[in-house]
Design a protein. Sequence first.
Length: 140
Amino acid sequence: MMAKSLIFEPMGALALLTFLVLLLIPVQRFRASFSGEVSANDFKFGESSQVPGYVSIPNRNYMNLLELPMLFYVICLMSYAADRVTTVTLYAAWAYVVARALHSLVHTTYNNVFHRLILFAGSNVILIGMWAWFFFAPRV
């Protein structure tokens, strides 16, 4: 029998990804500041229109990782609490994390919108599937 606590591993991996993207924010902001592209005032009320895209992208990706993934954490915790962590749940959780990691990688590197869309949509399909599996899969 599979240990239901294994569901915490993909949750931890997604949290780690979120922290790594968080670290990119000051890196890009300081880089732009030291090169004279931005000043502290450009961040006084968020990000001004003077902030270059490469500086804004890590912040936007970080926000992405705090939005819909909250439903990932919730369904994982629900699965754990209801003793409904299955092999399907675990594989889906890892697939979700991989899709989100690839989305972040594309977003924070070459930023092809079409590639990002495919990964973002794919991760959302996986997440919806996890919720459907929880409520509609046969109980063993």
